[in-house]
Design a protein around this ligand. Sequence first.
Ligand code: PBG
Length: 320
Amino acid sequence: MLRTRRLRKTENIRRLVKETSLSVNDFVYPIFIEEGKDIEVEIPSMPGIKRYSLDTVSKELAEVTALNIPAVLLFGVPASKDDTGTETWNPDGIMQQAIKFIKKNYPSLYVITDVCFCEYTSHGHCGVIHNNDVDNDATLVNLAKQTLSHAEAGADMVAPSGMMDGAISMMRETLDNAGFPNLPIMGYSVKYASAFYGPFREAVDSSPSFGDRRTYQMDPANRDEGLREATFDDQEGADILMVKPALSYLDIIRDLKNNFDRPIACYNVSGEYAMVKAAAEKGWIDGDRVMMESLLSMKRAGADIIITYFAKEAAKLLAQ
Ligand code: PBG
């Protein structure tokens, strides 16, 4: 008889035939840094995740470092916003201060920065608004300034999340011309217009004040278009290609893994985190097991790097 159960009989044979495993080396931990003093605010829809100011964030950074998590992804929450997000390229802005602070005090921690405008614009969109829509090419000009200021502050990697066409080319050229040819770019290559970003927008106050992001982020119905997006980022020189969100888009992660010889990242976003936390709090699921199974599924789908709010908890479980 054809039997597959022979290789499932004991823990040790299951260990031998295991195809995928998670490691702390896979994780990037997102951190929200707010301008101001003495801020340590729990985000209601993301239990365990807080917004910190620079004077309170050290214990979080020390924990991440002690757990051997390789990298953080920084999001800045500025004290003031305007139409175009000019604070994003202020050399003394909150993001720039955060980069310097972390590289000085935790030099081994790899610092990836979110390069976007939505937390910094009064209207909450990811760029400059003309005629009620984000103007792609006007936004690129500001994106170049923001990228350069992150590089000058000492970022290890920059990650544009705004889904503007030509962003990777613009950033690569800017970095190369300014003496940063070795600074890598992680493209948010295939980013969908997703309801799973809800808790994040609450966390950083970045909900669009009018309309939505469907003129720049992708339609969740589209798969082939994901390959086209990733092809452009690949050709423009993105060092890492990302899919976002992760759980509802495991097919896209696999598509990228099969089609590109670059590291593939995925972003296990705020809504995915919130769902697990909420159900676990109610006692409806085993939160730890669902967390590990979800992360494993992303790895199995083909992700080499997982950006996740679960990074600390998962790292603790993996170390046991
Ligand atoms: C936008 C940005 C978003 C996230 C990261 N960068 C949200 C959006 O597009 O509105 C979402 C992350 C998450 O939900 O965890 N710059």
